[in-house]
Design a protein around this ligand. Structure first.
Ligand code: PLP
Length: 314
């Protein structure tokens, strides 16, 4: 895979006594840490990067050699330089000191939805259109167009299509979740599902834990329920467990709303060890965990609510 990553001129990056070689190395390290350069990806050619960053080819050669000595990249004879296998996760807690900051989730939402196509949309949470199962979607829409009139225009049942719920229950069973077809409720979107869970379980003034950072819409949605939102710093393996335990004792939260696979916006995934500790703490504090999994493509696991009996008992 050849990198299409763009690099700014080194002059924009040289700070104080930093050399051009240091600026090139730093630019590549940053792209790796933020996953703009993936393991196995081919780095730009020496001449290409030199032109982009407005440095001499010998500066790029030296930067590549030093990064190779650090094990971050490697050369393949006659082919060029490639990003090496394991890229250390960004230590989120060390990225910057924690700050109290005002968040306007609707501003973030507008930025994502109204941005020009060439703008990157970190945190928007949806996958690029060409990663989606477009051919399967087209087939399904064509089949639907041929369905009976009632399927096209009538109201369905209150829980949604029984056929789809049967399929989901089979998938849940493969993931170890035993749920009956009548315990599954289909909604128009993930956001609507979380909103319904909040209506069922929350009262104004309750406290809800979220990850810090978290998917921006959680904040907007919880604000409409007039609850207190407490953020727990997120690490590469899930929420910081000691701060989570402190938040449980200090705030007695009712819910913890999270998305554990391909966490938005960090891209981290909850480790089984952290998940186990979280479940143990949740059980001890009567905390319900709402897990939001936004895309079956990004993760095969279905959205889950612990304990299931609470969430599905209405
Ligand atoms: C974590 C997360 N949950 C939910 C959503 C939105 O889901 P829906 O459009 O089904 O409401 C997103 C969106 O991108 C997301 O990143």
């Amino acid at each position: 895979m050849l990198s299409k990553t763009k690099f700014a001129p080194a002059v924009d990056r040289t700070v104080g006594a930093q050399t051009s070689t240091g600026a090139v190395m730093e630019a590549i390290r940053l792209k790796q840490a933020t996953r703009a350069l993936a393991p196995g990806e081919k780095l730009p050619s020496i001449r290409g990067l030199a032109a982009n960053m407005q440095v001499s080819p010998s500066t790029v050669i030296e930067a590549y050699d030093r990064l190779a000595a650090e094990g971050l990249i490697h050369a393949r004879a006659g082919s060029g330089f490639y990003v090496s296998g394991a890229v250390p996760s960004r230590a989120l807690l060390e990225a910057e000191p924690p700050r109290d900051r005002a968040i306007d989730p609707l501003w973030v939402s507008r930025q994502s939805l109204d941005a020009r196509p060439e703008m990157l949309k970190p945190g928007c949470g949806w996958l690029p259109a060409d990663w989606m199962p477009n051919a399967a979607l087209r087939r399904a829409i064509r089949r639907l167009a041929r369905a009976d009139d009632a399927v096209l225009t009538d109201y369905g049942g209150t829980r949604g299509s029984p056929a789809l719920r049967h399929i989901l229950v089979r998938q849940f069973a493969q993931g170890g979740i035993e749920a009956g077809v009548d315990q599954v409720l289909l909604t128009a979107s993930g956001t609507q599902a979380i909103d319904l869970v909040c209506r069922l379980l929350l009262h104004p003034g309750d406290t809800v834990l979220v990850d810090d950072p978290c998917y921006f819409n959680f904040q907007a949605l919880l604000a409409t329920h007039r609850v207190r939102v407490v953020g727990v710093p997120y690490t590469p393996t899930g929420p910081d467990l000691s701060l989570f335990a402190e938040a449980l004792s200090a705030h007695h939260p009712r819910l913890y709303v999270t998305n554990s696979a391909l966490h938005n916006p960090t891209g981290a995934t909850l480790s089984p060890q952290t998940a186990h500790r979280l479940l143990t703490m949740a059980a001890a504090h009567d905390l319900t965990i709402v897990e939001d999994t936004s895309s079956p493509i990004s993760s095969p696991s279905p959205p889950r609510v612990w304990p299931p009996s609470t969430a599905f008992s209405a």
